[in-house]
Design a binder for this molecule. Sequence first.
Ligand code: SAM
Length: 370
Amino acid sequence: MALHPEGREPAGSVADDAAELHRAGTLAGAGRAAPALLDERGRPLRDLRISVTDRCNFRCSYCMPREVFGPGFKFLPAAEILSFEEIARISRAAVQLGVRKLRITGGEPLLRRDLAELVTQLPHGRGLDIALTTNGSLLSNHARALAQAGLSRVTVSLDSLDDAVFKRMNDADVPVSRVLAGIDAALAAGLAVKVNAVIRRGVNDAGLLDLARHFKGTPITLRLIEFMDVGNSNGWDLTDVVSAKEMLERIGAELPLRPLEALYTGEVARRYRYSDGSGELGVIASVTQPFCGDCSRARLSAQGSLYTCLFAGRGHDLRAALRGGIDDEGLLALLTRIWRGRNDAYSEQRGQPLVKLGRPRKIEMSYIGG
Ligand code: SAM
């Protein structure tokens, strides 16, 4: 069985445990609850993020800066990327082990041809949520097919409503109107929509209130994200981070907000309601208020490595296992072993040098998605 050297051997027979989880998973379908698969810190596996491509049509400086991801950059050849069948197989196994949410991401996932076909092949039902994160620039063309294929919802990244600021950030000359048209198409197709904005001091923080005003009173929840130190190429500096606290104060001064209870353990965004009852706003404070303690997310890279943290340096090579002929029971055992050996809590340890933590360079966000 192929397990990356980073993976640790848990005590006991993993194959037996996986078989037990597998049987329980089958029973769960008949009304019995499966025992939770927990990592070393007692966190369950609930959420699988699936990157379907390492390519993107944007060159956001905080994610895929053109200096690094320019014309000479070598993206993955097609043969190295997981097929839809391979992704669907891993997803089915993950769902048997407790995953309740599958999120398709990238790179820009809508660059992957026939993406709706992948949605069709993913497991459905039993309360499973299938979501997509996209920059929205191609969404108008795909929203209806994705909804018909069974997508539940979409998160659109939109960092500014000011064309000049937005174009400077995406570095691909894409206007705001194209993304707003994508959002409209998603709503018209019946998809639930959230909008994510990464806020970077001195770059787009002056537009915070414009964003809040624009989405207030609509069915769309805006979520403001603290600029994170993902990957190794975005020139991150703590002084560029606008804290969630500051964002809430700046918006709340004009549009009063009240905190809401979390809907479930492990919810990434802290939720607020406008005091006049006109909708919600979320903040994702992964830098100033890390939420590693509740993190139930695993991330599958486009080339089929499973990462147990957004800031991980190494993944576990599932593609080699699949292409080496692993059977379904073996795949469950492998995933079980990886999750049980998980101990990551990077955001809580931020500030300690990676060398001191004994970790290699971090994976780039474009390989494993947000
Ligand atoms: N291309 C798609 C998109 O734009 O949404 C999916 C991939 S993108 C990597 C996923 C999310 O990660 C986006 O919302 C993006 O803004 C966010 N992101 C990328 N780099 C980030 C950073 N350094 N800090 C915070 N969020 C980041």
